[in-house]
Design a protein around this ligand. Structure first.
Ligand code: GRF
Length: 216
């Protein structure tokens, strides 16, 4: 079985990268990490890649004259590694329309909210502030608007009355680590296809029951 080659872009701790590395280590998983690319040499995620024997590259925006040159260097590194699907995993630079179009439908992101609610930063604090009963995370294809694009996988996390930003972030992060490998698997196995601005699944894989929070 040919495995889909992933390029994972990080800027920091890399726990989602670790989830992808762990998933790829399982026999039969239909993808492998070909390259971990960071825009920061001090990203902790680079050590995770090194420990797993995965090739790494640092492409710093500071070493390039402008955004286009920076993104061309990233794109060249990804292509040289044979990357077929780019996974943004805590990559903290906004990508230009050029990069987004260059990798259109081969570029996915994980975001810590149930999009389209709470794009941008501080999602957990904003969810608590809004008093939503469910929060969560989303893996989606990247489009030019920030934190927008066809949705692949979401996990809903109930918000508890005693939640703090940290406790909620921890529970959402656990689900992020389940969602990202699932999204990669669906794409790698051809079970998710982009049609217009939606992702269609080739079978009904919907959870069986609606969820209520609080419990009636
Ligand atoms: C995650 O919360 C992810 O949803 C967001 O950035 C964070 C990255 O965390 N895009 P990590 O580096 O994967 O641990």
């Amino acid at each position: 079985m040919a495995r889909l080659k992933l390029g994972v872009l990080i800027s920091g701790r890399g726990s989602n990268l670790q989830a992808l590395i762990d998933a790829c280590a399982a026999p039969g998983f239909p993808a492998s990490v070909a390259l971990v690319l960071s825009n920061r040499a001090d990203a902790a995620g680079l050590e995770r890649a090194g420990a797993a024997g995965i090739a790494t590259a640092v492409v710093s925006h500071r070493d390039h004259a402008g955004k286009q040159a920076f993104e061309e260097a990233m794109s060249a590194a990804l292509e040289a590694a044979g990357v077929e699907l780019v996974c943004l995993a805590g990559f903290m630079r906004l990508l230009s329309p050029w990069f987004v179009e260059r990798w259109r439908d081969r570029l996915i992101n994980i975001h810590p909210s149930l999009l389209p609610a709470f794009p941008g930063l501080d999602t957990h604090a904003r969810a608590l502030e809004a008093g939503v009963r469910f929060h969560g995370c989303t893996v989606h294809l990247v489009r030019q608007d920030m934190d927008a694009g066809p949705i692949l996988v979401q996990a809903a996390v109930p918000v508890r009355p005693d939640d703090t930003e940290e406790s909620l972030a921890d529970r959402v992060l656990e689900q992020e680590h389940r969602c990202y490998p699932l999204a990669v698997r669906l794409l790698a196995e051809g079970r998710a296809r982009v049609v217009g601005e939606r992702v269609l699944l080739d079978a009904d894989m919907t959870v069986p029951e609606p969820l209520l929070n609080p419990v009636p």
